[in-house]
Design a protein around this ligand. Structure first.
Ligand SMILES: Cc1cc2nc3c(=O)[nH]c(=O)nc-3n(C[C@H](O)[C@H](O)[C@H](O)COP(=O)(O)O)c2cc1C
Length: 195
Protein backbone atom coordinates (compact mmCIF):
# COMPACT_ATOMS: atom_id res chain seq x y z
CA UNK A 1 0.00 0.00 0.00
CA UNK A 2 1.46 3.40 -0.96
CA UNK A 3 1.67 6.20 1.58
CA UNK A 4 -1.12 7.96 -0.36
CA UNK A 5 -3.36 4.88 -0.15
CA UNK A 6 -2.55 4.47 3.54
CA UNK A 7 -3.48 8.07 4.25
CA UNK A 8 -6.71 7.80 2.27
CA UNK A 9 -7.69 4.54 3.98
CA UNK A 10 -6.80 5.61 7.51
CA UNK A 11 -9.81 6.13 9.73
CA UNK A 12 -10.02 6.40 13.46
CA UNK A 13 -10.93 3.00 14.91
CA UNK A 14 -13.08 2.64 18.05
CA UNK A 15 -13.85 -1.10 17.95
CA UNK A 16 -10.99 -3.58 18.36
CA UNK A 17 -10.48 -7.35 18.32
CA UNK A 18 -9.49 -8.97 21.63
CA UNK A 19 -6.01 -9.78 20.36
CA UNK A 20 -2.82 -8.34 21.78
CA UNK A 21 -0.36 -6.36 19.68
CA UNK A 22 3.20 -7.75 19.94
CA UNK A 23 5.56 -5.55 21.92
CA UNK A 24 8.01 -5.50 19.02
CA UNK A 25 5.31 -3.92 16.86
CA UNK A 26 4.47 -1.33 19.51
CA UNK A 27 8.17 -0.46 19.69
CA UNK A 28 8.29 -0.11 15.90
CA UNK A 29 5.36 2.32 16.08
CA UNK A 30 7.17 4.49 18.65
CA UNK A 31 10.35 4.25 16.61
CA UNK A 32 8.47 6.01 13.81
CA UNK A 33 7.43 8.81 16.19
CA UNK A 34 10.94 9.64 17.30
CA UNK A 35 12.01 10.04 13.65
CA UNK A 36 9.41 12.75 13.00
CA UNK A 37 10.20 16.34 12.05
CA UNK A 38 10.69 18.71 14.97
CA UNK A 39 11.12 22.51 15.13
CA UNK A 40 14.73 23.31 16.08
CA UNK A 41 15.07 19.53 16.31
CA UNK A 42 14.15 19.76 20.01
CA UNK A 43 12.16 16.48 19.92
CA UNK A 44 10.09 17.45 22.97
CA UNK A 45 8.49 14.05 23.35
CA UNK A 46 8.60 10.84 25.33
CA UNK A 47 6.34 7.83 25.12
CA UNK A 48 5.06 5.09 27.39
CA UNK A 49 4.08 1.84 25.73
CA UNK A 50 1.30 0.30 27.81
CA UNK A 51 0.25 -3.29 27.10
CA UNK A 52 -0.34 -4.69 30.59
CA UNK A 53 -4.07 -5.54 30.62
CA UNK A 54 -4.48 -3.96 34.05
CA UNK A 55 -2.92 -0.65 32.98
CA UNK A 56 -4.71 -0.68 29.63
CA UNK A 57 -7.99 -0.93 31.58
CA UNK A 58 -6.89 1.93 33.85
CA UNK A 59 -6.09 4.20 30.91
CA UNK A 60 -9.26 3.21 29.09
CA UNK A 61 -11.31 4.19 32.15
CA UNK A 62 -9.77 7.67 31.94
CA UNK A 63 -10.47 8.42 28.29
CA UNK A 64 -13.49 9.89 26.52
CA UNK A 65 -14.57 8.61 23.12
CA UNK A 66 -16.53 9.94 20.14
CA UNK A 67 -18.20 13.00 21.63
CA UNK A 68 -20.55 13.41 18.64
CA UNK A 69 -22.13 9.98 19.13
CA UNK A 70 -24.74 8.82 21.63
CA UNK A 71 -23.16 7.07 24.59
CA UNK A 72 -24.09 3.57 23.41
CA UNK A 73 -22.44 4.17 19.99
CA UNK A 74 -19.25 5.97 20.95
CA UNK A 75 -16.84 4.12 23.25
CA UNK A 76 -15.89 0.53 22.40
CA UNK A 77 -18.43 -1.89 23.86
CA UNK A 78 -17.21 -4.61 26.26
CA UNK A 79 -14.81 -6.98 24.49
CA UNK A 80 -13.96 -4.40 21.81
CA UNK A 81 -11.66 -2.16 23.85
CA UNK A 82 -8.12 -1.29 22.72
CA UNK A 83 -5.45 -3.77 23.75
CA UNK A 84 -2.62 -1.25 24.06
CA UNK A 85 -1.98 2.44 24.51
CA UNK A 86 0.94 4.67 23.72
CA UNK A 87 0.95 7.57 26.13
CA UNK A 88 2.38 10.68 24.47
CA UNK A 89 4.30 12.96 26.82
CA UNK A 90 5.51 16.54 26.33
CA UNK A 91 8.91 17.12 27.84
CA UNK A 92 8.64 20.66 29.26
CA UNK A 93 12.44 20.94 29.43
CA UNK A 94 12.56 20.89 25.61
CA UNK A 95 9.34 22.79 24.94
CA UNK A 96 8.96 25.53 22.31
CA UNK A 97 5.97 27.28 20.83
CA UNK A 98 6.00 24.58 18.17
CA UNK A 99 5.74 21.61 20.55
CA UNK A 100 2.16 20.95 19.46
CA UNK A 101 3.24 20.75 15.82
CA UNK A 102 6.11 18.39 16.68
CA UNK A 103 3.86 16.09 18.66
CA UNK A 104 1.21 16.13 15.95
CA UNK A 105 3.70 14.99 13.33
CA UNK A 106 5.07 12.28 15.64
CA UNK A 107 1.63 10.91 16.41
CA UNK A 108 0.59 10.87 12.75
CA UNK A 109 3.76 8.87 11.99
CA UNK A 110 2.68 6.36 14.63
CA UNK A 111 -0.88 6.16 13.29
CA UNK A 112 0.34 5.45 9.75
CA UNK A 113 2.97 2.89 10.71
CA UNK A 114 0.42 1.17 12.95
CA UNK A 115 -1.94 0.95 9.98
CA UNK A 116 0.83 -0.52 7.84
CA UNK A 117 1.12 -3.22 10.53
CA UNK A 118 -2.64 -3.86 10.35
CA UNK A 119 -3.31 -2.04 13.60
CA UNK A 120 -6.08 0.50 14.07
CA UNK A 121 -5.85 3.49 16.35
CA UNK A 122 -7.77 6.27 18.01
CA UNK A 123 -5.83 9.39 18.99
CA UNK A 124 -7.38 10.64 22.21
CA UNK A 125 -6.83 14.07 23.71
CA UNK A 126 -9.78 13.82 26.11
CA UNK A 127 -7.82 12.22 28.92
CA UNK A 128 -8.17 12.60 32.69
CA UNK A 129 -4.55 13.66 33.16
CA UNK A 130 -4.39 14.17 36.96
CA UNK A 131 -5.74 10.65 37.53
CA UNK A 132 -3.38 9.00 35.08
CA UNK A 133 -0.18 10.75 36.18
CA UNK A 134 0.31 8.80 39.45
CA UNK A 135 -0.95 5.53 37.95
CA UNK A 136 1.82 5.72 35.30
CA UNK A 137 4.51 7.23 37.59
CA UNK A 138 4.91 10.25 35.33
CA UNK A 139 7.41 12.80 36.71
CA UNK A 140 6.67 16.54 36.97
CA UNK A 141 8.73 17.65 33.97
CA UNK A 142 6.55 15.58 31.63
CA UNK A 143 2.97 16.45 30.69
CA UNK A 144 0.47 14.01 29.25
CA UNK A 145 -0.28 15.34 25.77
CA UNK A 146 -2.62 12.61 24.61
CA UNK A 147 -2.85 8.85 24.26
CA UNK A 148 -3.01 6.62 21.21
CA UNK A 149 -5.38 3.68 21.64
CA UNK A 150 -4.32 0.67 19.58
CA UNK A 151 -5.55 -2.75 18.55
CA UNK A 152 -6.54 -4.88 15.61
CA UNK A 153 -9.58 -3.21 13.99
CA UNK A 154 -13.08 -4.61 14.36
CA UNK A 155 -14.84 -1.97 12.29
CA UNK A 156 -14.44 -0.32 8.89
CA UNK A 157 -15.37 3.36 9.05
CA UNK A 158 -15.66 5.22 5.75
CA UNK A 159 -15.11 8.81 4.69
CA UNK A 160 -17.55 10.79 2.58
CA UNK A 161 -17.66 14.34 1.18
CA UNK A 162 -18.73 16.78 3.85
CA UNK A 163 -21.90 18.59 2.95
CA UNK A 164 -23.12 20.50 5.98
CA UNK A 165 -22.03 19.01 9.26
CA UNK A 166 -18.60 17.90 10.50
CA UNK A 167 -20.29 15.37 12.78
CA UNK A 168 -19.55 11.71 12.09
CA UNK A 169 -22.40 9.22 12.55
CA UNK A 170 -23.16 5.50 12.57
CA UNK A 171 -25.64 4.09 10.04
CA UNK A 172 -28.30 1.48 10.81
CA UNK A 173 -25.67 -1.30 10.52
CA UNK A 174 -23.38 0.50 12.96
CA UNK A 175 -20.83 1.56 10.34
CA UNK A 176 -19.15 4.87 11.09
CA UNK A 177 -19.30 7.56 8.38
CA UNK A 178 -16.81 10.41 8.62
CA UNK A 179 -17.36 13.64 6.67
CA UNK A 180 -14.27 15.20 5.09
CA UNK A 181 -14.02 18.66 3.52
CA UNK A 182 -13.76 18.33 -0.27
CA UNK A 183 -10.67 19.28 -2.29
CA UNK A 184 -12.62 22.12 -3.96
CA UNK A 185 -13.54 23.62 -0.59
CA UNK A 186 -10.00 23.59 0.82
CA UNK A 187 -7.59 24.20 -2.08
CA UNK A 188 -6.78 27.24 -4.20
CA UNK A 189 -4.37 27.40 -7.12
CA UNK A 190 -1.72 30.13 -7.26
CA UNK A 191 -3.94 32.75 -5.58
CA UNK A 192 -6.52 32.33 -2.88
CA UNK A 193 -9.95 31.60 -4.27
CA UNK A 194 -8.69 30.46 -7.70
CA UNK A 195 -9.88 26.88 -8.02
C1 LIG B 1 -5.76 15.97 18.37
C2 LIG B 1 -6.89 14.97 18.28
C3 LIG B 1 -7.59 14.63 19.40
C4 LIG B 1 -8.61 13.67 19.34
N1 LIG B 1 -9.23 13.30 20.49
C5 LIG B 1 -10.19 12.35 20.45
C6 LIG B 1 -10.81 11.92 21.65
O1 LIG B 1 -10.52 12.43 22.74
N2 LIG B 1 -11.73 10.92 21.58
C7 LIG B 1 -12.06 10.35 20.38
O2 LIG B 1 -12.88 9.43 20.38
N3 LIG B 1 -11.49 10.73 19.22
C8 LIG B 1 -10.56 11.72 19.22
N4 LIG B 1 -9.95 12.11 18.06
C9 LIG B 1 -10.30 11.46 16.77
C10 LIG B 1 -11.20 12.36 15.91
O3 LIG B 1 -12.53 12.32 16.40
C11 LIG B 1 -11.15 11.86 14.46
O4 LIG B 1 -9.84 12.02 13.96
C12 LIG B 1 -12.14 12.65 13.54
O5 LIG B 1 -13.45 12.36 13.90
C13 LIG B 1 -11.93 12.32 12.08
O6 LIG B 1 -12.04 10.94 11.84
P1 LIG B 1 -10.87 10.14 11.11
O7 LIG B 1 -9.69 10.15 12.05
O8 LIG B 1 -11.41 8.78 10.89
O9 LIG B 1 -10.53 10.86 9.85
C14 LIG B 1 -8.95 13.06 18.10
C15 LIG B 1 -8.23 13.44 16.94
C16 LIG B 1 -7.22 14.37 17.03
C17 LIG B 1 -6.45 14.74 15.79
Amino acid sequence: MSVYETVQRRRTIRRFQPKRVPLITLRKIVDSARMGPSAMNLQPWEFIIVDSPELVRAIYANTQWAGYLPKEQGPPPPGKEPTAFIVVLRNVRFASKWTGHDIGAAVENMILVALEEGIGSCWIASVSRPTLRPILNIPDDLEIDSVLALGYPDEQPMAFDLDESVKYFRDAEGRLHVPKRTMDSVVSHNKFGQR
